[in-house]
Design a protein around this ligand. Structure first.
Ligand code: ADP
Ligand code: MG
Length: 400
């Protein structure tokens, strides 16, 4: 992959595909981690005298403008973090974009409106995506791919646009790929993986792949209950993906055959219903054994004995990859499991990588120092697919 140093950027219009897809709560940015991760490359290009055009998606608008997903607040925050004025185009390839880009002087930065306000960005139709990529290409002279969180998407700005312009990888993508190589090429053992989050189905591919590579797999979060059910335990009203039980049973069997240690919660924090995440009103959590969750109760976090167990399983690891919160960390009653795993990563001498949009946000929202981890990835799906050994369209497009 070429780097920015291989491109002449001074005086040229440089299209930076960043990933500024940050969580918003009624228009306010709740975690600006991805914006901060994008700053070094954008700042460097501006320093080098480029006319920087920053583009990203935000959320999942339906191919048309939707003010709830405007990048305007993100552009404002980017300006603060860069310490530079940042212009904002109220469309992506229309009159506003053309005039905003046309007005850029060397060293200035503009942000385009949400790429997904155009149906061509995510279209499955090559011609429709290509037409949108043509319009984007007309705005710029060169392309820098730096939106690691989107490289697993075959989208116009990620996959089709770099084919139309001289291109290079930005610093963030270079860093992310360097870290993930350490987890795939010659990983230091013991290699422990912690998986959580809501759904097993999101993580099947990575579990399948890791069964051949990891020494230990620790499971928490909503997905743990499908595992507990697959082992024949009562899980009450906890999250269950019944259709995944056969797959999960297959994994448990393969783990045993291969000598991969599978660690499941021994106790869970449960409640009669899902907590209110907007008011964060106190709920009535109870700790129960993981192999006998009373009917009517919903497991929402791993319990204190599980926290200790997981910490012990991470203490002597040499490499740890963590994806997915251990519980509904957005509510203070169910954040302790996630907090304990984050602390265990910090306390472990291992090289630690946190991957996953929600896990990375959780680490910051719970107040941990990012520097205390080996690496916090900006890509959830992207890092999982990389670990699965898949070809990522946005990386392949930067290769030649
Ligand atoms: P990541 O983005 O890190 O990959 P996911 O998107 O897979 O993580 O999952 C994050 C979500 O999982 C969080 O919003 C969290 O509230 C939810 N979650 C965690 N544990 C549970 C649980 N026991 N029941 C329901 N949802 C859960
Ligand atoms: Mg997520």
């Amino acid at each position: 992959m070429k780097t920015i140093d291989d491109l002449g950027v001074a005086g040229r219009r440089v299209f930076v595909r960043a990933d500024l897809n940050v969580p918003l709560d009624s228009g306010a940015i709740t975690d600006d981690g991805r914006i901060r991760a994008a700053v070094p490359t954008i700042g460097r290009l501006a320093e080098a005298g480029a006319r920087v055009i920053v583009a990203s998606h935000l959320g999942r608008p339906k191919g048309a403008p939707d003010p709830r997903f405007s990048l305007a607040p993100v552009a404002g925050r980017l300006g603060e973090l860069l310490g530079r004025e940042v212009a904002f185009a109220t469309d992506t390839v229309g009159e506003s974009a053309k005039s905003t880009v046309g007005a850029l002087a060397d060293g200035q930065v503009a942000v385009l409106e949400n790429l997904r306000f155009n149906a061509g960005e995510t279209s499955k139709d090559d011609a429709e995506r290509g037409a949108f990529a043509d319009s984007l290409a007309a705005l710029a002279d060169v392309y820098v791919g730096d939106g690691f969180g989107a490289v697993h998407r075959r989208h116009a700005s990620v996959y089709d646009l770099p084919a139309r312009l001289p291109h290079a990888a930005g610093g963030l993508i270079a860093t992310e790929v360097g870290v993930l190589r350490k987890l795939t090429d010659d990983v230091e053992r013991p290699y422990a993986v912690v998986l959580g989050g809501a759904k097993v189905s999101d993580k099947l591919g990575v579990i399948d792949h890791l069964l051949e590579r990891a020494d230990r797999i620790l499971v928490g979060g909503g997905m743990a209950y499908t595992f507990l059910k697959a082992q024949g335990h009562e899980i009450g009203a906890s999250l269950l993906q019944e259709d995944q039980i056969p797959a999960v049973q297959g994994y448990l069997k393969r783990a045993e055959e291969r000598g991969v240690e599978f660690v499941l919660p021994v106790d869970v924090v449960a409640a009669a219903g899902f907590p209110d995440l907007s008011t964060k009103a106190p709920s009535e959590p109870v700790t129960v054994a993981a192999d006998a969750i009373p009917s009517g109760l919903m497991g929402l976090d791993i319990g204190p004995r599980s926290q200790e167990l997981y910490a012990a399983k991470l203490a002597d690891a040499a490499t740890v990859f963590w994806n997915g919160p251990m519980g509904v960390f957005e509510h203070p009653d169910y954040a302790e499991g996630t907090r304990a795993v984050a602390q265990a990563l910090i306390d472990s001498p291992a090289f630690t990588v946190v991957g996953g949009g929600d896990s990375a946000a959780a680490v910051r929202i719970l107040g941990f120092d990012e520097e205390a981890f080996g690496h916090i990835s900006t890509g959830g799906g992207a890092s999982l697919e990389y670990l699965e050994g898949k070809t990522l369209p946005g990386l392949a497009a930067l290769e030649d």
